[in-house]
Design a protein around this ligand. Structure first.
Ligand code: FES
Length: 521
C-alpha cells in the first residue's frame, strides 16, 4: 500500500460529512430562561434525540440541551451502519462475560435494528433506509479460524451468521462472516424527523447552550453558559465523552480514537452489502444513494486522538485503498470522526455511578454508535420509567472495577500521565516564521502556545493547555484543530471548543492584557 502512487485528488473534495452536506440543517433556539422538565438530556446526538423522542412519547416532559447544533458531532460523522455485527466480538464476549450477557448484547443490538426499521416504516421517514447483509472479511490466512469461531459464537447466541468463502467485492478474500438482515440509512434525515416531534407541550430542544455543571440533589439543577438553569428530576448525560464525571472516574475508563472516511464515486455498481475487515489496517465499505446514483463510503485508519500531527496521510491511505480496489471516478467528500472506547470494549449505559440514582450516562460505543445509541436510548428510557431494562446488566457502567480492569486501564492511564508530564517539560521551537495554513508550537512568556497563520495571513495564538484537565494539545493538520491526546477534546485554531469533554474555549494570548476572556458568555 505504501508504495502505491496516488492518482486521485483527495484535497479538492468537500471537507464535510456527506450527511451534513446533503441535508437542510434545522435550527433550534438558545436557552433564554430558567425551565423545569422531568428529564434533562445533555447532548443532542443520536442518544439524546432518540431518548427524548421515546420519553416524550411515554408522557414525560424533556429538554435536550446541546452545546453546538444537534446531530452535528459524532452522530453527523458516522458511516451509519445499523448492525449487530461489530467486528469479531461475540466469541470474546462469551469468553469474557458469559453466554447470558453476550446474548443480552446481541439481542439489544438486534432490537435496535428493528426499532429503527419500525420507526422508519411507521412514520414513513425518507432516510434511504435499506436492509443489507453485513460482512466481516479477511485477506489473511491466520484470521480464517477466528472467523469460523465467531460464526459459531454468533450462531449460538441466535444471530443469523454464516461463514462465506467469498464476498461480492472486486478482490479476493480468504473468508468472511455474513450477518443477514442488517441495515443502513442516512442518519440525519432519520434524526431530524424525530427531533421535529420533540419541542412542544412542555418539551424543548435548545442549541448553542452549554451545560457547565450539574448541582445534584433530589431534583438536579443544570447550570448553563447563558446563566439560566434547567431543573429536572432525571438527567441523561449524552455528551459523547461525559462532560460531568460525578466521581465516576470516566476520564480513566475511556479512550478516544479518530478515524477517517472518504465519499467516493466509482464507475461500477457497488455490491449489496456493508463490509469491514477483520484485521488491521481496518477498512469499512458501504454504498449510499447520491443524487441519481451512489457514492461509496470508504472508512478506516483509526488512531488515538492527538497522537499524530500529520493526519492528512490517513485520507491518502484510504484513497490508495479505494484506487486499488475500485475504478474510482472522483473523491467527493472527506471527513474524520471521533469515537469513545471503554476499557473492556463495551459501552457504559446506565446510572452514572451507584450513588447517582437520577443521573444517567451513555458513552463508549467503540464506533458502533447507530445501534448502541438506540440501545442506550431504550435502556435509559426503561430505567427512568420502570427502574429496569432487560438489556441493562451487560452495559452497566458499574461493572468496571478500577482494580480489576487490569493492564488496559493501567496502560491508558500511563499514557495520559505521560501527556501531562511530557507536555510540560519538552522545549518548543521559537521560530515564528509560520507559513500560511501552517501551525507551530511556540514559547510565550515561559509557557507554550499554539500559533496558526490562516490563508489571509492572520496569526492566531492560543494557550494549548486543554481546558478539561490540563493536558497539552496537539496540532491536527487535516482538520486544522488543536486536539487533546488525553480525552479527545478539540478546539479550532481560534481556540473555540468544538468537541468535549472540555467545554471552555482556549485562552487567546496574542492580543494583549485587555483581551476579553473567551469563556465569558
Ligand atoms: Fe481531558 Fe483534554 S480532554 S485533558
Amino acid at each position: 500500500m505504501a508504495n502505491t502512487t496516488l492518482d486521485l485528488d483527495v484535497y479538492s473534495s468537500t471537507q464535510e460529512p456527506y450527511w451534513l452536506a446533503s441535508t437542510k440543517k434545522p435550527e433550534y433556539p438558545t436557552l433564554e430562561k430558567d425551565i423545569s422538565v422531568d428529564v434533562a438530556i445533555v447532548g443532542g446526538g443520536m442518544v439524546g434525540i432518540t431518548s427524548a423522542y421515546i420519553l416524550k412519547n411515554k408522557g414525560l416532559k424533556v429538554a435536550i440541551i446541546e452545546g453546538h447544533r444537534i446531530a452535528q458531532g459524532t452522530t453527523g460523522h458516522t458511516t451509519a451502519k445499523i448492525t449487530s455485527q461489530h467486528g469479531l466480538i461475540y466469541d470474546k464476549l462469551i469468553t469474557k462475560f458469559g453466554e447470558e450477557k453476550a446474548k443480552q448484547y446481541a439481542n439489544a443490538n438486534e432490537a435496535a435494528i428493528d426499532f429503527i426499521a419500525n420507526l422508519v416504516q411507521e412514520k414513513n421517514i425518507d432516510c434511504d433506509f435499506s436492509r443489507r447483509p453485513a460482512y466481516v472479511y479477511t485477506q489473511r490466512d491466520e484470521y480464517v479460524k477466528k472467523l469460523e469461531k465467531e460464526v459459531e459464537a454468533a450462531s449460538k447466541l441466535g444471530l443469523k451468521a454464516s461463514y462465506e468463502a467469498t464476498v461480492p467485492l472486486p478482490f479476493q478474500v480468504k473468508g468472511a462472516i455474513k450477518f443477514a438482515d442488517q441495515a443502513q440509512f442516512h442518519p440525519l434525515k432519520y434524526l431530524y424527523k424525530l427531533a421535529k416531534e420533540i419541542p412542544g407541550d412542555g418539551s424543548y430542544i435548545f442549541e448553542l447552550s452549554k451545560v457547565l455543571d450539574i448541582e445534584e440533589g433530589e431534583t438536579c439543577k443544570l447550570l448553563t453558559s447563558h446563566g439560566h438553569k434547567v431543573t429536572a428530576s432525571q438527567v441523561i448525560i449524552a455528551s459523547h465523552f461525559p462532560f460531568y464525571d460525578g466521581f465516576g472516574m470516566y476520564f480513566t475508563k475511556i479512550h478516544v480514537e479518530k478515524s477517517y472516511v472518504l465519499g467516493v464515486k466509482i464507475r461500477d455498481k457497488f455490491p449489496e452489502g456493508m463490509f469491514i475487515t477483520a484485521e488491521e489496517p481496518g477498512r469499512s465499505l458501504r454504498s449510499q444513494r447520491y443524487k441519481d446514483s451512489e457514492i461509496i463510503l470508504v472508512g478506516g485508519e483509526h488512531h488515538k486522538t492527538g497522537s499524530e500531527i500529520q493526519t492528512n496521510i490517513h485520507y491518502e491511505n484510504l484513497a490508495k485503498f479505494a484506487q486499488e480496489s475500485f475504478d474510482v471516478q472522483e473523491i467527493l467528500y472527506r471527513w474524520s470522526t471521533q469515537d469513545c472506547t471503554t476499557v473492556d470494549g463495551l459501552p457504559y449505559i446506565g446510572h452514572l455511578t451507584s450513588k447517582t440514582p437520577n443521573l444517567f450516562v451513555a458513552t463508549g460505543f467503540a464506533k458502533w454508535g447507530m445501534t448502541n445509541s438506540t440501545v442506550a436510548a431504550n435502556i435509559l428510557a426503561d430505567l427512568i420509567t420502570q427502574g429496569e431494562s432487560p438489556f441493562a446488566p451487560v452495559y452497566d457502567p458499574a461493572r468496571i472495577n478500577i482494580m480489576a480492569a487490569g493492564p488496559t486501564l493501567v496502560s491508558q492511564n500511563l499514557d495520559v500521565a505521560v501527556k501531562f508530564v511530557s507536555g510540560k517539560i519538552s522545549s518548543a521551537p521559537q521560530n515564528l516564521d509560520i507559513k500560511r495554513g501552517e501551525a507551530q508550537v511556540i514559547k510565550v512568556e515561559g509557557g507554550k502556545a499554539g500559533a496558526y497563520r490562516d490563508e489571509n495571513d492572520e496569526l492566531f495564538v492560543v494557550d494549548i493547555t486543554c481546558t478539561h484537565l490540563g493536558c497539552e494539545l496537539v496540532w491536527n493538520e487535516a482538520e486544522k484543530t488543536w486536539d487533546c491526546p488525553c480525552h479527545g477534546s478539540r478546539f479550532n485554531y481560534k481556540g473555540e471548543n468544538i468537541e468535549g469533554p472540555a467545554f471552555l474555549n482556549l485562552k487567546q494570548i496574542d492580543e494583549g492584557p485587555n483581551k476579553k476572556d473567551p469563556n465569558i458568555f
